[in-house]
Write a protein that binds this ligand. Structure first.
Ligand SMILES: C[S@@+](CC[C@H](N)C(=O)[O-])C[C@H]1O[C@@H](n2cnc3c(N)ncnc32)[C@H](O)[C@@H]1O
Length: 240
């Protein structure tokens, strides 16, 4: 499980590079500007698990000075192609040695923890992320809610994987992204709220606030379950 990463793949990277904010992804990013402006002071940011740079470009729109980091060279290659002036860096799994401690106002992680295989790895990465934050810095960690893997959504399907229902926190689950050309299932690691809160605490991080955005009927998206079941969880964390 240690080397598990569905995104070290050129076909997936090419498909992901075309993805902006349709459907269920709109909901993930909808409230981020407000959440960030409520909790984050300063503009120096790391986008952890930047992929093809969608989340990094999102931060740049809000005037952040960004560095996008990822373990997938395939995803980073696309990020650099789209944003030729951006700073995108390949890191070894869990190794933030090239970054200065106590230097960042924000570390955004958009869906990256869905792909980190073990609680121990999550712990190591979160502890390292805490060291990079300034005293008043914040981590905004957006993850998939366990319910995403057992329901249908505007941008995802899980009906072909009834076994997801029996998955326990830490198990592999499968999901298909319907908004991209690459319809091969992605394998994620399901993680309960309880386990996230436990690992945050162990990693020396304080939980500032948890958001579980719900869609509104009036929004122009083909919502399936998004108006009644929150597909995403956004944790705002600080150093303790
Ligand atoms: C679902 S993609 C999200 C990309 C981007 N944040 C976005 O919202 O479009 C998850 C990314 O996390 C990266 N990733 C997974 N494990 C990682 C790790 N240990 N360190 C850094 N990046 C990682 C993957 O390579 C992939 O590019």
């Amino acid at each position: 499980m240690e080397s598990f990463n569905a995104y070290e793949d050129t076909t997936r990277a090419a498909a992901y590079a075309k993805l902006e904010f349709p459907g269920t992804y709109y909901l993930a990013y909808r409230d981020l500007p407000e959440i960030i402006s409520e909790h984050v002071r300063g503009k120096k940011a790391i986008d952890f698990g930047c992929g093809t740079g969608r989340s990094t470009r999102f931060l740049q729109k809000y005037a952040f000075d960004t560095v996008g980091v990822d373990i997938s060279g395939e995803m980073l290659e696309k990020a650099r192609e789209i944003d030729t002036h951006g700073d995108y860096r390949l890191i070894e799994d869990g190794n933030f040695g090239q970054f200065e401690d106590n230097a960042y106002d924000l570390i955004l992680s958009a869906f990256t923890f869905d792909n980190i295989p073990t609680m121990e790895k999550k712990f190591t990465i979160l502890r390292a992320m805490g060291r990079l934050l300034k005293r008043e810095g914040r981590i905004v960690n957006m993850v998939s809610a366990p319910e995403i893997y057992t329901n249908e959504w505007a941008s995802f399907s899980t009906k072909d994987f009834p076994e997801n229902k029996y998955a326990k926190s830490g198990d592999i689950v499968k999901i298909i992204q319907t908004d991209i050309e690459d319809k091969r299932p992605v394998e994620d690691i399901i993680c309960s709220d309880e386990d996230y809160q436990d690992v945050f605490k162990r990693a020396g991080l304080g939980l500032v606030k948890v958001y579980k955005p719900l869609a509104r009927e009036t929004e122009p998206h083909p919502w399936v379950n998004e108006t009644r079941i929150p597909p995403w969880v956004i944790y705002v964390l600080k150093k303790r």
